[in-house]
Ligand binder design. Structure first.
Ligand code: ZN
Ligand code: ZN
Ligand code: FE
Length: 757
């Protein structure tokens, strides 16, 4: 007989973990107890050594769908304690619970079967859920997590549901949002004027869709606008009413087969699409020219129905629906019934709503799959608020992120809680939501930050927020250079300590020298960095205007390279601006180079959203291994793109296929990147290369560059848990601020002790 104490950390509460352990203990004939602790669960078990070993092997393999075991430690205890059975011990009521909050999870197969079973008491009930699925993060108002502190608090359980809730053998044991048609929320349908219509809500919504109407439907983290895929005029009308530019619309497909009819899918993409988190997956179109009214590039964002309401809405006959977040231009996603009825008037022809409140906005997550592994564009629903672990992290801190793709990151010891997608802080409602969410996270995770971090840019509203809090609460604030933060984000994403080579390509970020950076090769670690290489700056003719009107960049590239600049109407004005430098700042932004080349190739001369030129350039790329000439020289190592621009415009003027030119351009960047990294590696002996920044949301370049760096004997690292764009920046800021602060502390250059609390 042996006795063991087992401690398990991770998401192991409210996910059916204790009932699962109860069954497994029975199978192995063990005795003892289990109880919830502040960081997970604790077990004490005794029995034959072989049975204990078997149990410990089976536990992680057979754990419930939503459980996430971060660590499992088993310790031998002296002699048996003489347990006579297995009991679930109550957790101490006064203990501060510090366990993780689960993200929202898509409908599970068991619930789906019951939903569609006429004999089940929840047949066609749109709010069916269990410990393996359903809303979590978006309905939580406060902690500790129990029904009373969620949106379900106003729905007392009926006796049938209560019986399931208390039955350890039941799939709904301790499922806080458990409910049924007798006791739970209800769905209703309202017409375009907001008048509730009698009858079956889902059927009315379906009838509206089939007539070609636009439906507002309430999901887990906010409202969507939905309509038929065909005929294209319907989506066109939706675009017109929503005043949506050319940004792609996502699709919700009935099932994998329906998704496969439109898109190509490898096994990893299928796993992500059908898995419990249900993100939008960016898939290659089967026919690149198809569905241009939904997406003008070669990919489609596809998700599967993730709530029971969605399953009923698509029914047996609707293979796919256009599904786009319900918001107006840059405002945050709508999430309250009344607000939706007011603001979507004139946009939606009908509303499929319900009375389970959303407490926290959470947009759909958006992912690529790159070499069989997740590559996030937007990490939100289904992922948030699960933390990233920062090895050795101490104390509490808040990093305030960027501005346009804002996020924040709240750290408590080694857990970094990264916020959901927030949006552009220049919009007032978005800024308010940002501030509210920071407070919400601080309460949920019981953190009072003792250190603040933000960008160097004085005009970012996140910087203003950080400065104000630093002043009001007397907290130390560390401002982190933008590209250093990107580099650190990718290091933290991969658990690297450094030093590393950081290849950081994005649109723009304020450099340490006050200039606009954006095509950087850095060398360093969390605490510090040096700028090893960059790219020849190009003039942004008209400043911010050049971000949208990218024809200006094409003109500037051609002018600088000494090529024919073409017949631009405003060329004289631009020439004057360039010569005087008036309203014509220099930028070494890689995003701008992409945009400029996109315009040079005639792909796009005016963007309706940031990065459009680059996205379409990637989509246009044909098959080629050729590249253009370039120069790489000096210290910092400067990429001179003028030879490339000269060769590219010559190719263009010879009338060569622009797909070929787009490919040659990107191949040139891959070669230049590899050569820069190799030079940095030779000089420093460092072999780890992290790739971050929004310009690396280019799968064509990523695939080739990763392979190329490996072939050169370097170790490339890329994001898999946070986005490469500015949304991931807060994680990096946090890691840098902590490292800098600890360094100041050990150098004795800082009077404050860290951590303060
Ligand atoms: Zn379920
Ligand atoms: Zn009930
Ligand atoms: Fe950036």
């Amino acid at each position: 007989m042996e006795r063991r104490r087992i401690e398990i950390r991770g998401i192991v509460q409210g996910v059916g973990f204790r009932p699962f352990v109860h069954r497994l203990v029975g199978e192995y004939g063990l005795k003892g107890y289990i109880k919830n602790t502040s960081s997970g669960v604790e077990l004490e078990l005794e029995g034959e050594e072989a049975a204990l070993e078997g149990f410990l092997r089976a536990l992680p393999q057979r754990a419930p769908r939503l459980a996430l075991i971060e660590s499992l430690e088993a310790e031998k205890l002296p002699g048996p304690a003489g347990y006579t059975g297995f009991e679930i011990r109550p957790s101490r009521a006064d203990a501060r619970m510090d366990t993780l909050i689960s993200p929202d999870i898509g409908l599970c197969e068991d619930c789906r079967r019951e939903l569609l079973d006429p004999k089940d008491r929840r047949y066609r009930y749109p709010f069916i859920n269990c410990t393996n699925c359903g809303p979590r993060f978006t309905i939580i108002r406060d902690v500790p997590y129990d029904r009373a502190r969620t949106s379900m608090g106003v729905f007392p359980m009926c006796p049938d549901c209560a019986r399931e809730y208390h039955d350890i053998e039941n799939r709904r044991y301790h499922a806080q949002p458990d409910c049924c048609p007798v006791c739970g929320p209800r769905a209703f349908f309202l017409d375009e004027a907001g008048r509730e219509q009698p009858g079956e809500a889902v059927e009315q919504a379906r009838a509206l869709l089939k007539k070609g109407g636009i439906l507002a439907v309430k999901g887990l983290g906010g409202m969507h606008l939905a309509c038929l895929v065909d005929p294209p005029e319907i989506a066109g009308e939706l675009r017109r009413r929503k005043q949506r530019d050319e940004k792609p619309f996502a699709l919700m497909c009935r099932d994998v087969a329906a998704a496969r009819a439109l898109c190509l899918m490898d096994p990893a993409e299928e796993r992500l699409l059908t898995g419990p988190r249900k993100p939008i997956v960016l898939l290659k179109k089967r026919d690149p020219g198809s569905l241009a009214h939904l997406s003008e590039n070669g990919r489609l964002g596809v998700m599967l129905p993730y709530t029971p309401l969605h399953v009923l809405l698509l029914g047996e006959d609707l293979d796919a629906l256009v599904m786009t977040s319900a918001n107006l231009s840059d405002t945050p996603i709508l999430y309250q019934n009344r607000q939706a009825l007011e603001q979507l008037r004139g946009i939606a022809d009908g509303f499929l709503l319900h009375d389970r409140d959303i407490q926290t906005r959470c947009d759909d997550s958006l992912y690529w799959v790159l070499d069989g592994k997740e590559y996030p564009a937007r990490r939100s629903r289904g992922y948030v608020p699960f933390p990233v672990r920062l090895r050795g992290g101490r104390g509490s801190a808040l990093a305030c992120g960027a501005e346009q793709k804002a996020s924040f990151c709240l750290a408590k010891e080694d857990s970094a809680f990264l916020s959901q997608h927030i949006g552009d802080l220049k919009n007032l409602e978005t800024l308010e939501n940002y501030e509210q969410q920071i407070r919400h996270f601080e309460r949920l995770f019981d953190v009072k930050p003792s250190l603040l971090a933000c960008d160097l840019h004085p005009d970012y509203l996140s910087t203003a927020y950080a400065k104000e809090r630093s002043r009001a609460e007397g907290l130390p604030l560390i401002q982190v250079q933008h590209h250093h933060a990107h580099m650190a984000a990718c290091m933290a994403d991969n658990g690297l300590e450094g030093p590393v080579i950081g290849l950081i390509w994005d649109g723009v970020g304020l450099g340490s020298d006050g200039a606009a950076w954006g095509g950087e090769c850095l060398v360093g670690d969390y605490a510090s960095f040096t700028r090893f290489g960059s790219i020849r700056p190009l003039p942004l003719v008209g400043g911010d205007l050049a971000v949208r009107e990218i024809g200006r960049l094409a003109w500037a590239l051609a002018r600088d390279a000494g090529c024919d600049t073409g017949a631009w109407e405003q060329r004289d004005t631009w020439e004057a601006m360039c010569r005087t430098g008036l309203n014509c700042p220099l930028s070494s932004g890689m995003g701008r180079l992409f945009d400029g080349v996109s315009a040079l190739l005639g792909i796009k001369t005016r963007c309706s959203y940031e990065g459009q030129g680059a996205v379409l350039l990637e989509a246009a790329a044909g098959d080629s291994e050729e590249r253009y000439p370039y120069e790489l020289s000096g210290a910092p190592l400067l990429f001179d793109w003028r030879p490339m621009i000269r060769a590219l415009t010559a190719d263009r003027d010879r009338g060569l296929d622009r797909g070929l030119l787009a490919a040659k351009f990107m191949n040139t960047l891959v070669d230049m990147a590899a050569e820069s990294c190799l030079a940095a590696a030779k000089e420093t002996g460092i072999r780890d290369v992290v790739l971050s920044g929004g310009s690396f949301q280019n799968i064509y370049i990523m695939r080739r560059l990763l392979r190329k760096l490996e072939r050169l004997g370097l170790r490339p690292w890329r994001h898999s848990r946070v986005s490469a764009n500015d949304e991931g920046l807060s994680l990096g800021q946090l890691a840098v601020a902590r490292a800098k602060f600890q360094k100041m502390e050990s150098d004795g250059t800082c009077a404050l002790r860290y951590p303060f609390n």
